[in-house]
Ligand binder design. Structure first.
Ligand SMILES: CC(C)(COP(=O)(O)OP(=O)(O)OC[C@H]1O[C@@H](n2cnc3c(N)ncnc32)[C@H](O)[C@@H]1OP(=O)(O)O)[C@@H](O)C(=O)NCCC(=O)NCCS
Length: 182
């Protein structure tokens, strides 16, 4: 029976190894990695999967605080950013990834967060309520990943902007000016 729990500081090295195996050594080239360096991690939402309570980690999911800036009016909306999600290759296909997703989303809902975004494959994440942000044009830093950016949000909250970018919450001054002055 898989044991799901919060990530512990001593799990770091094993998790780095899982991420290298799951995503390959060039994983740090991705725009989501660059952005995460400037984000605060939500420790209460970073989960691990182990074969039992004492064994090493075989699966990981991490959650970060981020925002979406509307590039037309320079207004910000809060979001959580999910990722990376990974399972040790030898343990994939055993519903560990789904278990991590279901548990972290349940915690997110209980804590009252209304929006989660991620960069990933819709074919996997649609079973957890994620949808593509398109036709909105929302990108990660560097202008990348518009096609794979997904969102899960509660009904009734403000829509994402038509043209936006995922940024850190302390991103107060845009490097580029808004396309149109407010
Ligand atoms: C993607 C990943 C996290 C899934 O975890 P997993 O434990 O192997 O998957 P599960 O056994 O929980 O699969 C749950 C369901 O999703 C499906 N699924 C798994 N990976 C899928 C994928 N890449 N695309 C579409 N569906 C997928 C499974 O077939 C299963 O479907 P079912 O309920 O109809 O049987 C894992 O395979 C992994 O680490 N991959 C490499 C890293 C990665 O791509 N991470 C996600 C992007 S951030």
């Amino acid at each position: 029976m898989i044991h799901f729990d919060l990530e512990q500081p001593q799990d770091q090295a094993v998790i780095e190894n899982i991420l290298d195996q799951a995503f390959g050594p060039s994983r740090s080239d991705k725009s989501s990695y660059a952005l995460r360096h400037s984000l605060n991690r939500v420790d209460d939402l970073c989960l691990t999967a182990r074969l039992n309570a004492q064994s090493a980690v075989v699966g990981t999911v991490r959650i970060w605080e981020a925002a979406v800036v509307d590039l037309l009016n320079h207004k910000f909306q809060d979001t959580l950013l999910l990722g990376p999600l990974a399972v040790l290759p030898t343990m994939q296909g055993l519903r560990i990834g789904a278990g991590l997703m279901r548990r972290v989303l349940s915690k997110i809902d209980v804590l009252g967060y209304q929006r989660v975004m991620l960069v990933g494959d819709i074919d996997f994440y649609n079973q957890f309520g994620f949808q593509g942000v398109k036709p909105r044009h929302i990108t990660m830093p560097g202008g990348m990943d518009a096609d794979r950016l997904l969102v899960r949000q509660t009904s009734g909250i403000k829509s994402l902007p038509t043209v936006g970018r995922v940024v850190s919450r302390d991103y107060k001054t845009l490097e580029e000016k808004p396309l149109f002055a407010a």
